[in-house]
Design a protein around this ligand. Sequence first.
Ligand SMILES: [Zn+2]
Ligand SMILES: [Zn+2]
Length: 396
Amino acid sequence: MVPPGIARQFGGELEQRLVALRRAIHANPELSFRETETAGRLDVALEGFGVADRRRVADTAIVARVPGRRSGGPVVAVRGDIDALPIQEATKLAFASTVPGVMHACGHDVHATWAVGAAALLAASPADGDVLIVLQPAEETGKGALAVIESGALDGVVAIFGGHVDRRFEVGQVVADEGPLAASADTFEIEIVGSGAHAARPHESRDPIVAAAAVIAAIQTIVSRRLNPATPGVVTIGTIHAGSAPNVIPERAVLSGTVRAVEPVSRALMLAEVERVAKSVASGYGVEARVTLDMGTPPIVNPTGATAWARKAAESVVGMENVVPLGFLNLAGEDFAHYMERIPGCFLRIGAREPGGPVIPAHAATFYPAEESLFVGAAVLAECARVASAALASGG
Ligand SMILES: [Zn+2]
Ligand SMILES: [Zn+2]
């Protein structure tokens, strides 16, 4: 059932076609960068809605162009991610996954359908300029957005919008907050290299284990002493490996961990401090620390301008009283951040809990977004494109 306020937009067969599309994608989930069948299904759906200009990029991504009311207008984008997770589904839905061990546990089946639904709505009621519909693979591995960007398919796009289903909010509620919305997720490895010896003759060694212990303790001061207490951050050492016998001092110790931040400045500070602290503490112990940083997704910080457009769009679709604050800080990562490093935009949370239903976290085997959220997300994202396009066309 389409929520009453937006039912008018989904007349004819549109409602049934979107429901069928979403259920088919849900029943046939595919892992990151293996979304061949899913992409094919989405391509057919777009064609069925009269979207003729469709490109395959980055193997399993589709970038489709819905023409605006005039050519040469600002080009804005709507993104939906399409990949599933390696989880055995336990929802008991009639259209549950038919693939053992693979499941749409993050709602990307709904996100993909939002983007196609937005395309259908924009084809019927276009924005000022063209709108690119970006069906993006591999969000869960944090690699898909970069692959789409590197394909060049988004060159010239001046604003981008996307969203995530969220069962902490009821269907019909939308979060369009300015400021930090998702955390960065980077990893690091510290290899501490000393020299080995007999455990009874430590003076003949440069012990990497004692140095590793000191490095671990010193790294705890990054959040407590270096990070501005007004902004959250996490540094966790998740692995430590060294040694092979109780009577041997090994030559090396290897630590690895993760850094989370919600602001680019604190992200850069913490990563630089991990490296500086590890190297200087190791040097004090007469060993060498080799630090490798693996940059993951950046944080998402919704900027003022694009967020104002998204709020206006959300208010016109669900009503001002249903545009609600997030109310807590989200430290999960989301690869939409890669677009937002290059293109202004806004990332929304779209309520997906049926009234009275339980809050179920994404990535749980029992997670499902309420089907009605299909229509809210499609309508809000289409309207984001229209509002941004109109504002940009008039120089605002
Ligand atoms: Zn996820
Ligand atoms: Zn997700």
